[in-house]
Design a protein around this ligand. Sequence first.
Ligand code: NAD
Length: 316
Amino acid sequence: MKNILIIGSLGQLGSEIALELRKRYGADNVVLTDIRDDVNRPLVEGGPFYKVDARDGDAVEKIVHDHQIDTIYHLAAILSARAEKDPLQAWNLNMGGLITSLEVARRHDCSVFTPSSIGAFGPTTPKQFTPQDTIQRPTSIYGVTKVAGELLCDYYYHKYDVDTRGIRFPGVISNLTPPGGGTTDYAVEIYYEAVKQHHYTCFLSGDTYLDMIYMPDAVQAAIQIMEADPARLRHRNAFNIAAMSFCPEEQAAYIRTHIPDFTISYDIDPVKQAIADSWPDSLEDYAARVEWDWKPKYDLATMTKDMLETIQRRGV
Ligand code: NAD
């Protein structure tokens, strides 16, 4: 990676991947784009930035040409809970944006990173230690676009030799940019409310297990897979990665070790609960560990400590 383009760079994942890539590769060599430019001004003004729709192939191609881009991080998408409100819009962006990046990459010989998700699995997938290669019949429109995206990236690799790589991210927990409308957003909100109110009303039931990852590990994974030796990669576009699996009751218990009077109650959102129930409880990530040395640093205890300390330090 020398010259990198991030599409959808101002979201929860993009804003932190962009910071780290600019630190490692130099601000001028990491070009950012997004459909908006009215958030995170330090990032927008900290290096090259273009306000561009991910589906505008001519505009994306011009940026790739002008900046001699060799690697594209394609992050623009509509996430699971938001996608259920407007499935057609989700399909148009999640698929239209991705194929635009893949076509530009094909013409300009770029590598492409695209995240898939635990949403690419469905109710018939084995729920515990979900294998790398298994049944994928998701019931959400988000999941449908994620499976189609995994297959499309594999297709561009096999047919056109485009260097496509990707990860099935678990729910991402972070404290810089708020999450963008996913089913796992509760696991971020709970920390802010714990500090602010000592109470959180959760939209998933207390025993809903899901895979989660802390942002520093997610950023490291997104960079490590693109720096990996391609000769070692047997799977390309849909590596399971696991860091921790927990339910709201367990997360609340860990918060109580820092904020003893913290309480949690439940007001279940049936749409989000149905999506969560269709996803695995925990993933098996052997392929990522063997093929590109994936190893997370954070578990629920260390993440909880760091999240609460960071939020308290910044003030809410
Ligand atoms: P996000 O919603 O926080 O950010 C998406 C960004 O895309 C936003 O900044 C938005 O302005 C931008 N965008 C929207 N429409 C656009 C368009 N037409 N053109 C250009 N940009 C546009 O999402 P995120 O959490 O950063 O997710 C990034 C990727 O990671 C997505 O593919 C998502 O499916 C995947 N993922 C995220 C999680 C998670 O928990 N955050 C988990 C699994 C997978």
